[in-house]
Design a protein around this ligand. Structure first.
Ligand SMILES: Cc1ncc(COP(=O)(O)O)c(C=O)c1O
Length: 402
């Protein structure tokens, strides 16, 4: 048995599995928009670890930052007690980049944890219990975040794990009529400004503004989950800037850590300070804001700014759309910046496409609530030549569908 075969067997036997049919592609190394197997097969990464690798794989600035910080110090003490330079510097730069009054950054390890923290903060600050989310939302896989996967679609994912949090309900994303269900009882409304796992659903004109207005009228906190849309993915550093709507709390993760595990929820200082008392230590974490992760995230954030990467994201996304939209197999392209869902109309066609992608060296994926469309969300640093080359492969695969 070859070394690769042994490793695969061990992977299946000893690494906890989340699906009965994992891809089983071994990764040897990754660089830019590509990763490679031990046999030297190259894959175009059109997923970016689900919107994580925005600055590309093996980004030199991120690697240097990780090395330097790991040599200086790693974990010292539970979160929030020590002054750690990478955390402080990153918080300052994120606060500068976000619209006021979003200035106080609570660091955690992941997206789901950021959502948990944000929900608790909203309950604590408002003294209310009702929490509202959107249908076809995804906010993470912990009990609280999972409770916010709206019904009826979310039921498929969460039903086996009930009982979940009480006092949660879901609205139709983009329904102006549903906004009246947000009332004085509502602690918060949690919403992705562009729904990701629903299969890339951007907001209707004026919807996020109307949502903001309703929340303000009744004193409910508006939480934007920018875990997938943040750090440049939609063509602005944060989608809230693209749509000109400032939430009370924003959650970040994925690309926020520059490839390392890091999440955060950010609010005004006034709101955040409510976690300090009654009870004190309102939210605690051992590893949240790990100095090596913060150093990596900060290096990635600075890289995006220094090279003006985000300014080109909309044009690159439009180029993908332009080059793919006239293929007869493509029914629709839904897009925000470099987050695209290419609609094929049937699961059968989608799964056949995935098989062919694997053979041809393309890594794509479908969406939790949409198994008829494939995802294109490459590292934001992808070049025009790489876009054209990946499109040529995609079109060749789609040609084989008919
Ligand atoms: C919008 C959104 N929120 C939250 C999460 C959960 O993040 P994590 O997997 O880091 O817990 C995801 C993950 O896909 C996401 O897309």
């Amino acid at each position: 048995m070859s070394k690769t075969q042994i490793l695969r067997r061990q992977f299946l036997a000893n690494v906890g599995q989340t699906s009965p049919s994992p891809m089983l592609v071994e990764v040897e190394r990754a660089e830019g928009v590509f990763f490679y197997t031990p046999e030297g097969k190259r894959y175009f990464d059109l997923v970016s670890g689900v919107s994580v690798s925005n600055v590309g794989h093996a980004n030199r600035d991120v690697i240097e930052a990780v090395k330097n910080q790991a040599e200086r110090y790693m974990h010292i003490m539970v979160y929030g007690e020590m002054v750690e330079r990478p955390q402080v510097e990153y918080a300052v730069e994120i606060a500068e980049a976000l619209p006021a009054p979003l200035e106080s950054v609570y660091f955690l390890n992941s997206g789901a944890e950021a959502v948990e923290g944000a929900l608790k903060l909203a309950k604590r600050y408002t003294g209310r219990t009702e929490m509202i989310s959107m249908r076809r939302a995804y906010h993470g896989s912990t009990h609280g975040a999972m409770s916010m996967m709206g019904e009826p679609e979310g039921e498929e994912w969460k039903n086996a794990f009930r009982p979940l949090l009480p006092d949660c309900k879901a609205l139709d994303f983009n329904s102006f009529d549903d906004l009246s269900q947000i009332t004085e009882k509502t602690a918060c409304v949690l919403c992705e400004p562009v729904q990701g796992e629903a299969g890339v659903r951007p907001p209707k004109e004026g919807y996020l503004q109307a949502l903001r207005k309703r929340c303000s009228e009744v004193g409910a906190l508006l939480i934007f989950d920018e875990i997938q849309t943040g750090m440049g993915r939609t063509g602005e550093m944060f989608a809230c800037q693209k749509y000109g709507v400032t939430p009370d709390i924003i959650t970040l993760a994925k690309a926020f850590g520059g490839g390392m595990p890091l999440g955060a929820f950010v609010s005004s200082k006034e709101i955040m300070d409510s976690l300090q008392e009654n009870p004190t230590l309102g939210h605690i974490t051992t590893f949240g804001g790990h100095p090596v992760c913060c150093a990596a995230g900060l290096a990635a954030f600075r890289y995006l700014k220094k090279h003006n990467i985000v300014a080109d994201v909309e044009r690159k996304g439009a180029l993908y759309e332009e080059l793919l939209k006239n293929h007869p197999a493509v029914l629709e392209i839904r897009r925000s910046g470099l987050l695209l869902a290419v609609e094929l109309g049937s699961e059968e066609r989608l799964f056949r496409t995935m098989e062919l992608f694997k053979e041809e060296g393309i890594l794509s994926d479908w969406f939790l609530y949409c198994a008829t469309a494939f995802r294109i969300s490459p590292p934001l640093v992808i070049s025009d030549d790489e876009i054209r080359e990946s499109v040529a492969i995609i079109r060749r695969v789609l040609d084989k569908l008919s």
